[in-house]
Design a protein around this ligand. Sequence first.
Ligand code: SF4
Ligand code: SF4
Length: 428
Amino acid sequence: MSENVATDYGRMWAELGMNLPAHCALMNAIPTMYENAYLTQSDRPAGMAYFDFVMSEIHGLRIKELVDHKTAGGKVVGTFCLYVPEEIIRAHGAVGVGLCAGAEWGYNEVEKVLPRNTCALIKSFMGFKMDRVCPYVESADLLVGETTCDGKKKAYELLGEMADVYVMELPQMKRDRDREFWRAEVREFVMRLEELTGKTMTAESLTAAIAEVNGKRRALQRIAAARAADPAPISGKDALLATQVAFYDDVPRFTAMVNTIADELDARVAAGEGAAAKGAKRVVLTGSPMAIPNWKTHDIIEKAGGVVVGEEMCTGSRYYDTLVPETPGASLDEMIDEVADKYLGINCACFTPNDARCSDVVQMASDLGADGIVHYSLQFCGPYQIEAVQVERAARDVGVPFLKIDTDYSAEDVGQLSTRIEAFLEML
Ligand code: SF4
Ligand code: SF4
């Protein structure tokens, strides 16, 4: 992608206030990473061509769509966490985009304000904003944070000095009084969005938004279900990419494309065709989220001859495995409660206790016929690094081999991780 301001995209990025030389450097790096991780794969589903196109236009066409939406009077809302309900954003006619960042960027500046031992995800989204290299961040009219881990909470205060940030207070437990609190918090969020968009959410607009987002999650569930087959009809890397893109693509288009891929996967399963060899060692990954372009762990596992068949993470099953009920005749108030309850059901390590996550992981390993579980934490992510102890215990209790890795976004530990993962796959 050229950074020349004479091109349409160059003009658009300049008008968004982006740092064009820094953006150019970022955009020079991502295609090479994508080619190495994705275009070297054989036996990919033909439908993945859509995602190749999406990635080639990641800061182009989709940003143009967001800018057009804004020009027509719409709003763009950026989020960092699964707990921010996208149905509520859509029901206000706004477009939601996920802003979790998966690349090491701008760390020199970031480490002037954040401790070095902050997780890569937080450093990355702060680096993207401080260096003005992310057009999704720059096109957002409002950034919505949440009180999940302490690092994020404090980083949002600093982010708020550079952009309009609204923080939702998420409880840390799931008792009845926490549920009531969270339902009230979602209602406050509705008020903030009404203020932002000048629109009032109605039962009709929320019903439509719930149906659209449920459709997207159902399409992703179809891909997830197909991965139970041996041989796996799609690589873990490709399935991960579909979930990563779900956070910012146009919802109806994304749903249609993913359903087309799911049809293709069903046909592949019926024909016994795979993206990996039959009998390849099957791995379930669990842990911290993996935002674009963080494909490192999948890449290592799959280049070592294994195949990732499921992700119990926010860029995986936690995103799509539950739906908001579509209850005919429900009032707006009842629907808001149902949205809030669906989100509180997500099992993030920021909650205590979080035993349901352990059950989710072992259930997923069983459903998908996994040979082993790999627990992936970002370094300095206390919630996931510590909760790995309980997940390991749950895996051992059901006799599933377990490997724990702590890593970051750099390529420095690829050699060492490869050695450990190869040894793990050998042992399975
Ligand atoms: S891991 Fe927890 S804090 Fe991070 S995106 Fe997921 S739900 Fe949010
Ligand atoms: S990866 Fe861990 S430390 Fe980083 S933002 Fe998520 S929960 Fe917080």
